[in-house]
Design a binder for this molecule. Sequence first.
Ligand code: NAD
Length: 285
Amino acid sequence: MAAQVIDGKTIAKQIRDEVKQTVEHWRREQFVPGLAVVLVGDDPASATYVRNKEKACQEAGIYSEVHRLDASISEDELLRLVHTLNQRPDIHGILVQLPLPEHIRSERILDAVDPSKDVDGFHPVNAGKLLVGKPGIFPCTPLGVIELLKRQDVPIAGRHAVVVGRSNIVGKPAALLLLREHATVSVCHSRTPDLSAITRQADILVCAVGQPELIRGEMIKPGACVIDVGINRKPDGKLVGDVCFSEAVHVAGQITPVPGGVGPMTIAMLLKNTLACAQLQRSSV
Ligand code: NAD
């Protein structure tokens, strides 16, 4: 039997509607959440992501502003902008779109963002909070993975979750969030010698590698829930995930498609994180 295909678009829409309702309520109390997005250079993919984020904010009633900066901006100038945004009471979330030009040390910029405005959840303070199990702001894509599982009623506690990929943006935080939900978690990466021996044990398989269709049908445990974070463009222009969907759909119990799975969740969780940051600052005044 073919797997149930998890509809990330519909679930993301539900979340965006929930965010919109909260914002409407806050606006009636004269409180408007605000997000500042910083875009450096003219990378077309980044420009598209930023436009989508701007549009999503607009639809949700969140105030947003985009700082479009020339690629030649110095690290110090960019730092000054981040410091200014940190001080602004009308800006509750700050997002620095990655990648930054090579002459700018991304780490220095990301570390300068006030952790309570860190809507991407990349600041070491928030990463530390995730590690030790404290409340904080956590990365949007892995949060989206957990939200998909929960809204699909996929049990997590006590199940074996295997995360393929160990980046700071997706793999590691996804593993920690699954651990928080009481899964037994394994993390695989480029040095894992026999990947399929581990992936075949997964009740929940999260793939965040960036290699088209790396995970074949025979690497999946029958009935597993497969969450494909990967977004890869094939030479013919087609978007595919890290999982070979046409094979996996006959083995998995549930599976996310690419596009239309995890992708739409990332922006929905960004809006949620913006509200979480706004709430943090609202309750601290
Ligand atoms: P990354 O390049 O930072 O990390 C990739 C990880 O994969 C590394 O930890 C590496 O060890 C591991 N890896 C590489 N080859 C491997 C192999 N053969 N076997 C096992 N592990 C291997 O990438 P990232 O930023 O974590 O992104 C991963 C994918 O997720 C990319 O396709 C990216 O486009 C996508 N992504 C999607 C969203 C979304 O919104 N859906 C958000 C972020 C990233």
